[in-house]
Design a protein around this ligand. Structure first.
Ligand code: ADP
Ligand code: MG
Length: 251
Protein backbone atom coordinates (compact mmCIF):
# COMPACT_ATOMS: atom_id res chain seq x y z
CA UNK A 1 0.00 0.00 0.00
CA UNK A 2 1.34 3.46 -0.82
CA UNK A 3 1.71 6.05 1.90
CA UNK A 4 -1.17 8.01 0.40
CA UNK A 5 -3.43 4.96 0.27
CA UNK A 6 -2.52 4.17 3.87
CA UNK A 7 -3.35 7.69 4.93
CA UNK A 8 -6.67 7.79 3.14
CA UNK A 9 -7.57 4.31 4.40
CA UNK A 10 -6.79 5.56 7.89
CA UNK A 11 -8.80 8.75 7.55
CA UNK A 12 -11.72 6.92 5.97
CA UNK A 13 -11.60 4.32 8.71
CA UNK A 14 -11.73 1.49 6.18
CA UNK A 15 -9.96 -0.85 8.58
CA UNK A 16 -13.21 -0.90 10.55
CA UNK A 17 -16.76 -1.45 9.45
CA UNK A 18 -18.15 2.00 10.08
CA UNK A 19 -21.71 2.09 11.36
CA UNK A 20 -22.00 5.82 11.65
CA UNK A 21 -20.17 8.98 10.70
CA UNK A 22 -18.64 9.09 14.19
CA UNK A 23 -17.09 5.67 13.85
CA UNK A 24 -14.85 6.63 10.94
CA UNK A 25 -11.31 7.55 11.92
CA UNK A 26 -9.95 7.21 15.45
CA UNK A 27 -12.51 7.20 18.24
CA UNK A 28 -9.99 8.91 20.52
CA UNK A 29 -7.52 11.52 19.35
CA UNK A 30 -5.18 13.31 21.70
CA UNK A 31 -2.93 15.65 19.78
CA UNK A 32 0.04 17.31 21.41
CA UNK A 33 -1.71 17.45 24.76
CA UNK A 34 -0.23 19.19 27.75
CA UNK A 35 -1.78 19.33 31.21
CA UNK A 36 -0.44 21.41 34.05
CA UNK A 37 -1.59 21.56 37.64
CA UNK A 38 0.06 24.70 39.01
CA UNK A 39 3.79 24.02 38.77
CA UNK A 40 3.32 20.34 37.99
CA UNK A 41 3.34 19.23 34.37
CA UNK A 42 1.22 16.07 34.51
CA UNK A 43 1.24 15.45 30.74
CA UNK A 44 3.44 16.87 28.02
CA UNK A 45 3.31 16.50 24.22
CA UNK A 46 1.02 13.49 24.38
CA UNK A 47 -0.30 12.29 21.05
CA UNK A 48 -2.39 9.13 21.06
CA UNK A 49 -4.96 7.88 18.58
CA UNK A 50 -7.24 4.94 19.38
CA UNK A 51 -9.33 3.15 16.76
CA UNK A 52 -12.74 1.68 17.38
CA UNK A 53 -12.49 -1.83 18.79
CA UNK A 54 -9.01 -1.44 20.21
CA UNK A 55 -8.09 -2.30 23.80
CA UNK A 56 -5.34 0.04 24.89
CA UNK A 57 -3.53 -0.32 28.19
CA UNK A 58 -1.67 2.65 29.62
CA UNK A 59 1.12 1.67 31.98
CA UNK A 60 3.69 3.55 34.00
CA UNK A 61 4.77 4.36 37.55
CA UNK A 62 2.58 6.12 40.06
CA UNK A 63 2.30 9.83 39.39
CA UNK A 64 3.36 9.63 35.73
CA UNK A 65 0.06 11.04 34.43
CA UNK A 66 -2.08 7.98 33.67
CA UNK A 67 -5.23 9.12 35.47
CA UNK A 68 -4.79 12.62 34.09
CA UNK A 69 -4.81 11.16 30.58
CA UNK A 70 -7.95 9.13 31.27
CA UNK A 71 -9.72 12.10 32.85
CA UNK A 72 -9.02 14.24 29.78
CA UNK A 73 -10.50 11.57 27.50
CA UNK A 74 -13.51 11.29 29.83
CA UNK A 75 -14.09 15.04 29.64
CA UNK A 76 -13.63 15.26 33.41
CA UNK A 77 -10.80 17.68 32.91
CA UNK A 78 -9.47 19.98 30.17
CA UNK A 79 -6.01 20.11 28.63
CA UNK A 80 -3.83 23.17 29.22
CA UNK A 81 -3.02 22.98 25.52
CA UNK A 82 -3.47 20.58 22.64
CA UNK A 83 -6.61 18.89 21.43
CA UNK A 84 -8.76 16.03 22.71
CA UNK A 85 -11.33 14.67 20.25
CA UNK A 86 -13.51 11.74 21.29
CA UNK A 87 -16.20 10.17 19.14
CA UNK A 88 -15.99 13.16 16.80
CA UNK A 89 -16.45 15.73 19.58
CA UNK A 90 -13.74 18.29 20.21
CA UNK A 91 -13.98 18.31 23.99
CA UNK A 92 -12.27 21.70 24.19
CA UNK A 93 -15.25 23.21 22.35
CA UNK A 94 -17.82 21.93 24.86
CA UNK A 95 -19.01 23.86 27.89
CA UNK A 96 -19.66 22.12 31.22
CA UNK A 97 -23.18 21.06 30.24
CA UNK A 98 -21.89 19.76 26.92
CA UNK A 99 -19.17 17.80 28.69
CA UNK A 100 -21.66 16.31 31.15
CA UNK A 101 -23.88 15.20 28.26
CA UNK A 102 -20.88 13.83 26.39
CA UNK A 103 -19.85 11.76 29.41
CA UNK A 104 -23.34 10.44 29.94
CA UNK A 105 -23.84 9.45 26.31
CA UNK A 106 -20.44 8.29 25.19
CA UNK A 107 -18.32 7.25 28.15
CA UNK A 108 -18.51 4.42 30.64
CA UNK A 109 -16.00 4.60 33.44
CA UNK A 110 -14.78 2.16 36.07
CA UNK A 111 -12.47 2.99 38.92
CA UNK A 112 -10.18 1.20 41.33
CA UNK A 113 -12.53 1.74 44.28
CA UNK A 114 -15.79 1.12 42.38
CA UNK A 115 -17.44 4.48 43.26
CA UNK A 116 -20.83 2.87 43.90
CA UNK A 117 -23.55 4.62 45.88
CA UNK A 118 -23.72 2.91 49.28
CA UNK A 119 -27.37 3.77 49.86
CA UNK A 120 -28.59 2.00 46.74
CA UNK A 121 -28.79 -1.73 46.05
CA UNK A 122 -26.86 -3.11 43.10
CA UNK A 123 -29.76 -2.88 40.65
CA UNK A 124 -30.42 0.80 41.38
CA UNK A 125 -26.74 1.66 41.21
CA UNK A 126 -26.79 0.35 37.64
CA UNK A 127 -30.21 1.68 36.61
CA UNK A 128 -29.50 5.18 37.90
CA UNK A 129 -27.04 5.84 35.03
CA UNK A 130 -29.86 5.47 32.49
CA UNK A 131 -32.51 7.22 34.56
CA UNK A 132 -30.25 10.28 34.74
CA UNK A 133 -30.28 10.24 30.93
CA UNK A 134 -34.06 10.30 30.91
CA UNK A 135 -34.78 6.60 30.36
CA UNK A 136 -38.03 5.64 32.16
CA UNK A 137 -37.41 3.81 35.45
CA UNK A 138 -39.00 0.51 34.42
CA UNK A 139 -37.02 0.32 31.22
CA UNK A 140 -33.80 1.28 33.02
CA UNK A 141 -34.35 -1.41 35.65
CA UNK A 142 -35.02 -4.04 32.99
CA UNK A 143 -31.78 -3.25 31.20
CA UNK A 144 -29.89 -3.08 34.51
CA UNK A 145 -31.15 -6.55 35.43
CA UNK A 146 -30.18 -7.88 32.02
CA UNK A 147 -26.65 -6.52 32.43
CA UNK A 148 -26.31 -7.91 35.96
CA UNK A 149 -27.38 -11.24 34.48
CA UNK A 150 -24.79 -11.05 31.72
CA UNK A 151 -22.14 -10.27 34.30
CA UNK A 152 -23.21 -13.22 36.44
CA UNK A 153 -24.52 -11.29 39.45
CA UNK A 154 -28.29 -11.06 38.88
CA UNK A 155 -28.80 -12.82 42.22
CA UNK A 156 -27.10 -9.84 43.94
CA UNK A 157 -29.49 -7.25 42.51
CA UNK A 158 -31.03 -6.32 45.88
CA UNK A 159 -27.74 -6.34 47.77
CA UNK A 160 -26.13 -3.11 48.95
CA UNK A 161 -22.49 -2.43 48.02
CA UNK A 162 -21.22 -2.97 51.59
CA UNK A 163 -22.52 -6.54 51.48
CA UNK A 164 -20.89 -7.33 48.13
CA UNK A 165 -17.37 -8.71 47.68
CA UNK A 166 -14.83 -6.52 45.88
CA UNK A 167 -15.20 -8.54 42.68
CA UNK A 168 -18.99 -8.25 42.81
CA UNK A 169 -18.76 -4.51 43.38
CA UNK A 170 -16.53 -4.11 40.38
CA UNK A 171 -18.93 -6.13 38.25
CA UNK A 172 -21.79 -3.87 39.37
CA UNK A 173 -19.59 -0.92 38.40
CA UNK A 174 -18.95 -2.48 34.99
CA UNK A 175 -22.70 -2.96 34.50
CA UNK A 176 -23.27 0.67 35.41
CA UNK A 177 -20.56 1.77 32.98
CA UNK A 178 -22.21 -0.22 30.16
CA UNK A 179 -25.72 0.96 30.92
CA UNK A 180 -25.80 3.73 28.31
CA UNK A 181 -23.98 1.65 25.66
CA UNK A 182 -20.89 3.86 25.71
CA UNK A 183 -18.70 4.27 22.65
CA UNK A 184 -15.74 4.03 24.96
CA UNK A 185 -15.13 2.19 28.21
CA UNK A 186 -12.48 3.76 30.43
CA UNK A 187 -10.98 1.85 33.33
CA UNK A 188 -8.57 3.34 35.88
CA UNK A 189 -6.75 0.53 37.73
CA UNK A 190 -9.87 -1.68 37.62
CA UNK A 191 -8.24 -4.61 39.42
CA UNK A 192 -6.10 -2.52 41.76
CA UNK A 193 -8.27 -3.17 44.83
CA UNK A 194 -9.17 -6.80 44.08
CA UNK A 195 -7.67 -10.11 45.15
CA UNK A 196 -6.08 -12.01 42.30
CA UNK A 197 -9.06 -14.28 41.65
CA UNK A 198 -11.64 -11.51 41.38
CA UNK A 199 -9.09 -9.45 39.50
CA UNK A 200 -8.91 -12.20 36.91
CA UNK A 201 -12.69 -12.37 36.66
CA UNK A 202 -12.84 -8.65 35.98
CA UNK A 203 -10.03 -9.03 33.41
CA UNK A 204 -11.94 -11.81 31.68
CA UNK A 205 -14.98 -9.58 31.59
CA UNK A 206 -13.03 -6.77 29.97
CA UNK A 207 -11.60 -9.18 27.39
CA UNK A 208 -15.09 -10.50 26.58
CA UNK A 209 -16.45 -6.98 26.20
CA UNK A 210 -13.62 -6.00 23.90
CA UNK A 211 -14.11 -9.12 21.82
CA UNK A 212 -17.75 -8.10 21.43
CA UNK A 213 -16.47 -4.84 19.96
CA UNK A 214 -16.28 -2.55 22.99
CA UNK A 215 -13.43 -0.05 22.67
CA UNK A 216 -11.41 -0.04 25.85
CA UNK A 217 -8.87 2.36 27.34
CA UNK A 218 -7.49 1.20 30.64
CA UNK A 219 -4.83 2.23 33.07
CA UNK A 220 -3.01 -0.43 34.99
CA UNK A 221 0.03 -1.14 37.12
CA UNK A 222 -0.36 -4.81 36.37
CA UNK A 223 1.62 -6.12 33.39
CA UNK A 224 -0.44 -9.32 33.43
CA UNK A 225 -3.68 -7.40 33.09
CA UNK A 226 -2.17 -5.42 30.24
CA UNK A 227 -0.82 -8.51 28.47
CA UNK A 228 -4.12 -10.35 28.79
CA UNK A 229 -6.57 -7.60 27.97
CA UNK A 230 -4.84 -5.16 25.68
CA UNK A 231 -4.22 -5.12 21.96
CA UNK A 232 -1.81 -2.21 22.45
CA UNK A 233 0.41 -1.09 25.28
CA UNK A 234 1.26 2.54 25.87
CA UNK A 235 3.98 3.28 28.35
CA UNK A 236 4.03 6.64 30.12
CA UNK A 237 6.86 8.12 32.16
CA UNK A 238 6.99 11.65 33.58
CA UNK A 239 3.98 12.79 31.59
CA UNK A 240 5.31 11.59 28.24
CA UNK A 241 4.50 8.56 26.11
CA UNK A 242 7.85 6.78 26.00
CA UNK A 243 6.93 3.52 24.26
CA UNK A 244 4.07 1.94 22.38
CA UNK A 245 3.61 -1.54 21.02
CA UNK A 246 0.98 -3.92 19.75
CA UNK A 247 0.57 -7.10 21.83
CA UNK A 248 -0.43 -10.65 21.12
CA UNK A 249 -2.92 -11.41 23.86
CA UNK A 250 -1.75 -14.13 26.24
CA UNK A 251 -5.30 -15.13 27.23
P1 ADP B 1 -1.01 8.45 37.90
O1 ADP B 1 -2.46 8.19 37.66
O2 ADP B 1 -0.12 7.97 36.81
O3 ADP B 1 -0.56 7.94 39.23
P2 ADP B 1 -1.82 11.24 37.95
O4 ADP B 1 -2.32 11.46 36.56
O5 ADP B 1 -2.82 11.05 39.00
O6 ADP B 1 -0.77 10.03 37.94
O7 ADP B 1 -0.90 12.45 38.36
C1 ADP B 1 0.13 12.99 37.53
C2 ADP B 1 0.78 14.18 38.24
O8 ADP B 1 -0.16 15.24 38.30
C3 ADP B 1 1.19 13.90 39.67
O9 ADP B 1 2.33 14.63 39.94
C4 ADP B 1 0.01 14.42 40.48
O10 ADP B 1 0.43 14.80 41.76
C5 ADP B 1 -0.44 15.60 39.65
N1 ADP B 1 -1.89 15.83 39.77
C6 ADP B 1 -2.86 15.03 39.30
N2 ADP B 1 -4.08 15.55 39.53
C7 ADP B 1 -3.87 16.73 40.17
C8 ADP B 1 -4.71 17.76 40.67
N3 ADP B 1 -6.05 17.68 40.56
N4 ADP B 1 -4.14 18.81 41.27
C9 ADP B 1 -2.80 18.92 41.37
N5 ADP B 1 -1.93 17.99 40.91
C10 ADP B 1 -2.44 16.91 40.32
MG1 MG C 1 -3.86 7.14 38.80
Amino acid sequence: MTATAAESAESAGTAESPESAESTGPIVRLDNVRKEFGDTTALDRVTLHIRQGEAVAVMGPSGCGKSTLLNLVAGLDRPSSGQVVVHGEDLGALNETGLALFRRRRIGMIFQFFNLIDDLPALDNVALAAQLSGVPAGQARRRALELLGELGIADRKNTYPQQLSGGERQRVAVARALMNRPALLLADEPTGALDSRSGEQVMDLLIDLNQLGQTLLMVTHDPRLAARCASRLVEVADGRIVAERAVERTA
